[in-house]
Design a protein around this ligand. Structure first.
Ligand code: IPM
Ligand code: MN
Length: 369
């Protein structure tokens, strides 16, 4: 089998972490006799610098023809002064709508060797395992009208939160289907005590839920949910929520894993699926070899599982990540004072590649007895 992967390194730490994810994928290709083909294109601030626009035609064309897209991160402070529609982030939003993926899956789990890296107590996070299903193409990010107006020298700005029944239905189905493969519980998060969009959301999710009688469904208001996520994360299996709430709550939930650098994501439901770590471009540490590549590497695992149906290979990458963490290797974001000195982005990549090779050897040994 041959997999055509478009790599969009993007801004800040994006290039450093995607480089390690690509190395791990190459290692998997070697150990499992597969053929992965990579091509790189600019996006975000990098594309503005090269081509004057955050999403060049060539980039979007290549993505549309790919089997999967691996993205680094987007966002560069030097473009903060530009209007929203010209910022690097506009490239990401355009890419999302052009590819059509409406469900952003963000698994958040507690890794047992890292429970002490979380600011939350060990007994709170241990065993937590949540899948966020974030709606990605609606709500305030895309709602019209939007803008800034000026009247007699006084400005006001406005955005629109808008959802159609169809937009809620399709993402709700992804959440229920994901829950069916997990612990069979969906918690839908909204603000139905205040917002009409949330009232429509809740009604629609409840109706779709009736099609899935084996899945338990409950609803929480977003403010309460923000508290439950960090006080009792084990109460959740699948969390279904709209675009902005999902953006905020998934960053919050990262404290369960110990670091935002650990989190992976998959954007599905469109013509081509996109895999990217949840952390942003982190301009403060970019270019210094300090970033944690495990979120990007775990995103590569999700890519093999969802876009290539390579379950064993995805599992090997995940087992390699566990084994590297069990062996005590830490990038700076997950290292504590008592740990060995932190290793660099590329050293972490080396460790995972070695572990992938070992995991594959063990698999061969197991199959040949
Ligand atoms: C994310 C990011 C993006 C978002 C930004 C960079 C536009 O924060 O993927 O979570 O808000 O969706
Ligand atoms: Mn975000």
């Amino acid at each position: 089998m041959r997999l055509n992967i478009v790599v969009l390194p993007g801004d800040g730490v994006g290039p450093e972490v995607t480089e390690q994810a690509v190395r791990v994928l190459r290692e998997i290709a070697t150990t499992h006799g597969l053929s992965f083909h990579f091509t790189e294109y600019p996006v975000g601030g990098e594309a503005i610098r090269r081509d004057g626009a955050p999403l060049p035609e060539a980039t979007i064309d290549a993505c549309l023809k790919a089997d999967a897209v691996l993205l680094g991160a987007i966002g560069a402070p030097e473009f903060d002064h530009l209007p929203s529609s010209e910022k690097p982030e506009a490239g990401l939003l355009k890419l999302r709508s052009a590819l059509g993926g409406f469900a952003n899956l963000r698994p958040v789990k507690s890794y047992s060797p890292l429970t002490h890296s979380s600011p939350l107590r060990d007994e709170v996070v241990r065993g937590a395992d949540i899948l966020f299903v974030r709606e990605l193409l609606g709500g305030l990010y895309f709602g019209e009208p939007r803008g800034i107006t000026s009247n007699n020298g006084s400005s006001s700005a406005f955005n629109t939160m808008r959802y159609s029944v169809n937009e809620v239905e399709r993402v709700a189905r992804i959440a229920f289907e994901s829950a069916a493969r997990r612990r069979r519980k969906v918690t839908s998060i909204d603000k139905a005590n205040v917002l009409e969009t949330s009232q429509l959301w809740r009604q629609t999710v409840t109706r779709i839920g009736m099609e899935y009688p084996k899945i338990e469904l409950d609803h929480l208001y977003v403010d309460a949910a923000a508290m439950h996520i960090i006080t009792n994360p084990r109460r959740f299996d699948v969390i279904l929520t709209e675009n902005l709430f999902g953006d905020i709550l998934s960053d919050e939930a990262a404290v369960i894993s110990g670091s935002l650098g650990m989190l992976a994501s998959a954007t599905v439901g469109g013509s081509v699926d996109v895999y990217e770590p949840v952390h942003g471009s982190a301009p403060d540490i970019a270019g210094r070899g300090m970033a944690n590549p495990l979120g990007a590497i775990a995103s590569a695992a999700l890519m093999l599982r969802h876009s290539a149906k390579l379950e064993d290979e995805a599992g090997d990458i995940e087992a390699a990540i566990d084994s590297v963490l069990n062996a005590g290797h830490r990038t700076r974001d997950i290292a504590r004072d008592v740990d060995a000195p932190a290793i660099s982005t590329s050293e972490m990549g080396d460790m995972v590649c070695d572990a992938v090779a070992e995991v594959a050897d063990m698999r061969h040994a197991y199959h040949s007895v």
